[in-house]
Design a protein around this ligand. Structure first.
Ligand SMILES: Cc1cc2nc3c(=O)[nH]c(=O)nc-3n(C[C@H](O)[C@H](O)[C@H](O)COP(=O)(O)O)c2cc1C
Length: 189
C-alpha cells in the first residue's frame, strides 16, 4: 500500500453534477500533490444487494461475486479514500448505502462488546452536496444526516477523517465557490 494513493468513489448518478465536480477538484488536487488516484463510479458498477448472510464476517470479503471484489482490493491498496455522495432524503443514495452493507466484514470484526476495526490506519474524506441552504442543511439534518451516515462506516472501520465538505444550496450555485475549492484542496497534505 502506497502512502500516496487515493481511492476516489463517485456515489452520484450525475457525472457532471455538483458532487462529481467536488470529487474532480479533490482528484486534481491529489494528482498535483503526487498521489496516484484510482477512480470508481459506483453507478457504473455491478453490485447486487447485500443479502445479510454475514459470511463476510469470516471471509473479510463479500461472497457474492460481482464488482465488490475489485472495490475491496482498491480499498486495501489505497491509503486515503475520498467518497463523494449527494444528500438523498437526509442520507446517502441507495448504491452508497449498499456499498457499506456489502463491505460489512471488510470494515469490521464482531466481538462480544464493540466492533473491531479492520481498516485501521487509513484516512478518509467526505464530499456532499444538497439543495437545502446553509445553515438549515446542517441544523435540520440534511447534509449532517448524510455525513453522519458516511462517518459511521469509516469510523467503525478504524479510519481517520481528513475533511468533510458540504456544498449546500447546490441548485442555486453556478460552479463551486472559490472558498469551497480551497477547503477541498487543503484536506490532502
Ligand atoms: C432522490 C433525491 C433526494 C434528495 N433529497 C434531498 C434532501 O433530503 N435534502 C436536500 O437538501 N437535497 C436533497 N436532494 C437534492 C440533492 O441533494 C442535490 O440536488 C445535490 O446537489 C445533487 O447532487 P448531484 O449534482 O451530484 O446530482 C435530493 C435529490 C434527489 C434526486
Amino acid at each position: 500500500m502506497s502512502e500516496k494513493s487515493v481511492l476516489a468513489i463517485l456515489g452520484s448518478p450525475h457525472i457532471s453534477g455538483t458532487t462529481a465536480t467536488m470529487l474532480d477538484c479533490a482528484i486534481q488536487s491529489a494528482e498535483k500533490k503526487g498521489y496516484t488516484v484510482i477512480t470508481v463510479n459506483l453507478y457504473e458498477k455491478n453490485l447486487s444487494f447485500c443479502t445479510g448472510c454475514r459470511a463476510c464476517m469470516n471471509t473479510k470479503v463479500c461472497i457474492q461475486k460481482d464488482d465488490i471484489q475489485e472495490i475491496t482490493d482498491y480499498l486495501h491498496k489505497c491509503q486515503t479514500i475520498i467518497l463523494a455522495a449527494p444528500v438523498y432524503w437526509a442520507n446517502v443514495p441507495a448504491p452508497v448505502k449498499n456499498l457499506f452493507d456489502r463491505l460489512l466484514g471488510t470494515a469490521m470484526e464482531e466481538t462480544s462488546t464493540f466492533p473491531k476495526p479492520r481498516l485501521k490506519g487509513k484516512k478518509y474524506m467526505l464530499l456532499t452536496s444538497c439543495n437545502t441552504p446553509a445553515p438549515f442543511s446542517w441544523i435540520f439534518g440534511q447534509s449532517s444526516g448524510a455525513i453522519r451516515n458516511m462517518d459511521e462506516f469509516f469510523k467503525t472501520a478504524g479510519m481517520k477523517p481528513i475533511g468533510k465538505i458540504v456544498c449546500a444550496n447546490a441548485a442555486n450555485k453556478k460552479g463551486l465557490p472559490k472558498s469551497l475549492i480551497k477547503k477541498i484542496e487543503r484536506c490532502l497534505k
